[in-house]
Ligand binder design. Structure first.
Ligand code: NZQ
Ligand code: ZN
Length: 511
């Protein structure tokens, strides 16, 4: 049955639909005000109970006297009374709820005000927190590099990418520091964005032959990921690709020290590496405890030279590392939700600034620290579901070698649209209200869609990233293969469960 009441906190008119049996249940019926998100529990006052009982008794007595007057048998009187009692109850609720509410006889009791997602409770999974990476953050922190490297030894394997560190002068600074402090070093250079397993194989050979004491990775996620796998492969007898396949129990690796030059993947503070194998079109991520960097140097000025495009891709990646955890099907923890919203808002604010003004220290610093905390385990520990967008993106950059953040930027809004349903809409509402400041008074569906539109505006207008695969010259040739890989031949048990057909559908939406 439907009836109208006013929210006692913001006076919003609520149109409530309730099962009549729920009305027996004193605290059982729970509603959320769409405007202020107060949780309201229906309750009956004692007065209501007295009114109803007195009324019922009066009717029953009336019926009793009528039955005496008509000389009806007792059982007939009983049947008529029961029918009247039930009918009276239904009529009262059907027509008088509103007036009872207005009289203050029946009302709604406040529980708590918040957005309408369930939070924590005893269903929240347990977790182990362990982030063992020591971080030097800020300008001029590189001075600490010799001291930290010396803890592990004097023989350094220096890993870097395609030359950005030579162009911006960082290579010279580091090699001077090494030479002036009595270190010997060998180089693994030319590491690709989306690093390939061949670089890992080459690095492991150099490290072994040189008897390296420590691996020093200078670059973005690609260089750091590659360096991690080099560190592990050095002690592994078989082929380095086995490490990505997860075939091996990796218990020993060279110590890894990183100097981050691009805020994006969070590899500087986590145990993951993502490596591609062009021979099989595979791009696989694997994490091993021993691959946590021992020390990471995070100097925001080292990211001044990152291009606007890479800044956009990196920022999108940071944002989505959080979003993939935020959009989870299980219980979440208020504290962690708030952290996540804070990180996403930080990216929204500072990505635009860094995109337009590469040497803005405040923007670069915020993005850099956000990148580390988005995926170092802090927010992720309690999450049990699989990441959907990353699962779909990795085959995309494996087949087409596009920037990881760009692939995500194309996929995520389409995936969010595809996944939206009545059961999970509250997550979207929370996201829209708390991250994009959308008016909570709007209809839930409208908030959810508006949130996705705000995200698209951020990605495609503010950061000028391409919105579709077509703009990246990608067609549907490999969609079936890619979907099969994304689902590992089965399905993705993520925010919603996606099977191979679902993933193909989402790829098609990206065209
Ligand atoms: O190769 P160089 O010359 O260094 O140039 C790079 C590269 O062209 C350039 N760049 C980096 N720092 C720069 C700079 N250019 C100018 N100035 C600087 N200071 O930027 C380009 C992209 O670099 P890359 O390292 O590939 O980017 P990113 O950090 O986004 O790393 C992407 C890789 O990380 C993986 C991705 O799949 C992808 O392979 N991921 C790793 C994760 C992890 N380890 O936890 C999680 C992520 O979700 C992601 O999958
Ligand atoms: Zn990522």
């Amino acid at each position: 049955m439907r009836f109208k009441i006013k929210c006692p906190y913001c006076n919003e008119e609520l149109n409530i639909e309730e099962n009549i049996w729920g009305l027996w249940n004193i605290d059982g019926s729970k509603h959320t005000c769409p405007k202020c998100h107060a949780r309201l529990y229906r309750h009956y006052s004692f007065t209501y109970f007295i009114y109803y009982t007195v009324l019922l008794l009066a009717v029953l007595f009336g019926l009793y006297f009528i039955s005496l007057f008509l000389e009806l048998p007792f059982y007939l009187w009983l049947c008529i009374s029961i029918i009247f009692a039930l009918g009276g109850y239904l009529l009262l609720n059907r027509y008088f709820n509103r007036s009872f509410y207005d009289l203050g006889i029946i009302g709604f009791r406040y529980k708590d005000i918040e957005t309408n997602c369930t939070q924590g409770g005893d269903k929240m999974p347990s977790f182990i927190y362990n982030i063992p990476t020591k971080v030097y953050f800020g300008k001029d922190q590189l001075a600490g590099l010799p001291r930290e490297l010396a803890v592990f030894g004097k023989r350094v394997l220096l890993c870097y990418g395609k030359g950005s560190i030579k162009r911006n002068g960082l290579y010279e600074r580091i090699t001077m520091l090494l030479a002036n402090n009595g270190f010997e070093y060998r180089e693994l250079s030319d590491i690709d964005p989306n690093p390939k397993v061949d670089s890992v194989r080459e690095g492991a050979l150099i490290a072994e032959e040189f008897k390296a004491d420590v691996v020093l990775a200078v670059g973005g996620g690609s260089v750091i990921d590659c360096a991690k796998f080099v560190a592990a492969a050095t002690y592994y007898e078989g082929d380095a690709w086995d490490l990505s396949l997860g075939k091996v129990k990796v218990e020993k690796a060279l110590p890894i020290v990183t100097i981050l030059t691009l805020a994006a993947t969070g590899s500087e503070m986590n145990a993951t590496g993502v490596i591609s194998n062009p021979a099989t079109f595979e791009k696989l991520g694997a994490a091993y405890e021993v691959l946590y960097p021992k020390v990471s140097f995070l100097d925001p000025t080292l990211t001044y030279s990152v291009s606007p495009f890479q800044t956009a891709c990196g920022s999108a990646d940071i944002f989505f590392h959080v979003l993939e955890v935020y959009f989870n099907p299980s219980e979440s923890m208020f504290l962690l939700d708030s952290f996540m919203e804070g990180i996403m808002k930080t990216v929204l604010k500072y990505a635009k600034i860094a995109f337009n003004k590469g040497d803005d220290y405040e923007a670069r610093a915020n993005l850099m620290w956000a990148s580390s905390w988005a995926i170092n385990g802090l927010i992720k520990e309690y999450q049990t579901h699989k990441w959907s967008a990353h699962s779909m993106e990795h085959p995309l950059s494996a087949y087409y070698d596009i920037a990881h953040g760009l692939g995500l930027a194309i996929i995520v809004p389409k995936w969010l649209r595809y996944a939206l349903n009545d059961d999970n809409i509250d997550r979207y509402v929370k996201f829209g209200v708390n991250v994009f400041n959308i008016d909570p008074a709007l209809d839930k569906k409208m908030i959810a869609l508006k949130a996705i539109e705000c995200l698209e505006e951020f990605l495609y207008v503010d950061l000028k990233l391409p919105a579709s695969l077509k703009e990246c010259d990608i067609d549907d040739t490999y969609f079936v293969d890619m979907a099969y890989r994304a689902c590992k031949g089965d399905k993705i048990n993520g925010f919603i469960t996606l099977n191979i057909d679902d993933v193909i559908e989402i790829y098609k939406m990206c065209l």
